[in-house]
Design a binder for this molecule. Sequence first.
Ligand SMILES: [Zn+2]
Length: 710
Amino acid sequence: MQRHDKLGEDEDKNEDTKGFKTMAIKSSSNARKGWVSSWVSPFRIVIIVFVLVGFVSIMITFLPLKKKKDEQIDQLPRNVQLLMDESIDPCTDFYQYACGTWIKNMTLPNDRSRYTRSFNAIQDANDAIFHDIVNEKWPLLSELYLSCMDTNMIDVLGSQPLKKDLIAIENAPDKASLFQVVGELSSRSSASFLIDTGIFADEKNTTIYSLHVSQGGLTLPDQEYYTNDTRFSLFKPDLTTFITKLLTLSEWNSSVDDAVQDIIQFEIELANCSMKKELLRDPLLTYNPQTNINTTNPLLLGHFFVGAGIPLTKESTVIIATPSYLKLVENLVNKTPLEKLKTFFAYQYISSVASSLSTPYRDAVFELFGRKIQGQATPRPRQKQCLARVDAYLGELLSRYYIQTTFKLEALTLIKSLVSDLIDAFQTRLEQASWMDKETRSAAVTKLHKMTALLGYPVERREYPNLALANDKHFSNVQQLIHYHHLRAVSKLGTAVNPMEWMMDAHEVNAYYSPMANQIVFPAGILQPPFFDPAVNPAQNYGAIGMVIGHEITHGFDDQGRNFDGSGNMHPWWTNSTATKFNSRARCISNQYSSMVVRNDTSGELLGHVNGAFTLGEDIADIGGLRIAFEAYKEHLFPSKMTLAMEKLFFLSYAQSWCTKATDQSIKAHDVHPPPKQRVNGAIMNNEEFARIFVCPNTALLNPQEKCNI
Ligand SMILES: [Zn+2]
């Protein structure tokens, strides 16, 4: 559960480190229910006709021109040209035009489900630095890494580290005690015992940290994996194998076959009680402060939080994202026999810690989450897995040494001026937004002025007291670290929010906007080539990191961010008439993206459609970010004018940041961001400047006459 908008998802961290809580935010491009079976619907026919008409007209208009060499492209840096496929028409598929040769020459490594030219190249370089750091015997980092690498010791121990906890579950005399037991286990594991919890600012009083609760408890990425029959039948055999292996390896005391059926049935019931992922994006719908928790949810919340060390009084307020789920699941738990609940919780606990256990456990995790869900051929090498674990559990500490090794302070000055250029460009855009009335526009400008930026790395450092990690105790090391993070979060409850707190580590190749802090954040990890390089042509920086900055600023005004004011509090500041216009503009975007077909890059096999309702916030941010980055670049050059070559370089630099090779499964299981091709082409097709620069005819696919933007 999170309330900040990241630029992308980190595959490494999702792979095996943060367990299933992280995986639960994953989603799927198949979310348009029944897209496979409804292929011949009138809606599809319209799309096919549109695609064909676009293609034929482009053939007629552009075929003779293709023989002519593009003079501007010849002037661009060689490393930009080398990635391109100039045989593709940029007005038909700009992503393929910009990345085609890179895609053709790039072989997806077997141990990856996705490789993005920019993110993963930096991550690989980061891994080399991390490797040096952990080998320099830095306290805590070194112990965690070495204990992870000691697979002999981990294998010798087998399921032994679990035994004590499984016995505690087995011995619980009643449901109240059972929920206290699993509450305690949740404080030192990533297990999601029916709910996900988080401690962050109260959306309507962002000065105070509050306890938030949302639905949880599913093994597969989201509820639709269970409620969509076609999809469920695809994953059920692997889910069955996974649960069977885990229970057998752990010698759970009951008939394994019956237990597996009970667990799957229970998950189906949880899925039926769950809210759809599209609705979970709605900040108003998911803000439900409640008191008297011990009366409304005595088991699910009351006893659970006693076990987790967060006892709640009658007056304690908990902000519930999914109230109907909590009500339905409390009833479900009441009518489920105690022994079945124990089996379900035992399984949830085992699955959450399986990545810290012996080889057969880890193999089972890989088979389901790596091979089946992500389409990855082989697990990552152990060394990489262990670096990812150090990153996941001690990221802040790791980043301190990383910054010392890599970050150049001079970069900060240039980034600050880029951020300021982008803020100015956004303000100009707001001032020109004639669809907004004066009152709303002025409130929007006020919000923009209050937006703050965190750049590079956090100034404040964390303390790590009372941690005793050992080179030969991996399971216990991980549990200690999760417990440390748990206590740290709990200690913040009810205290004042720290506006300087980072929700990302400095080495992460990512960025985010936090609506409740009204803050954009760019860690040192993303302030590197190919996103940012003081030595290259400014067109490249504005197209790559400039667009990223614009993307994060725009999140402050997307369908989620617009509900929060300049101080980060959720309250309406839009007039009704402008809000109505916003919604109609947003609908234009979600309809447009939902009509985008997703195919395998090489074979052309149909994989599905973008889920425009789910990706809306990211799509608004991509379209807006690209527009203001271009405006900022123009302004930067003023009074000189951009040459046509530089204009093309800007758009190519943007697109080439996203050149990606991915398995079909990974594309289908995409998150709140559309797949890379649709991200690039989606922002491009709503950009009039692009159509002008690449001389796209009115009939071109990437120059629709109805453009969408906010
Ligand atoms: Zn985003």
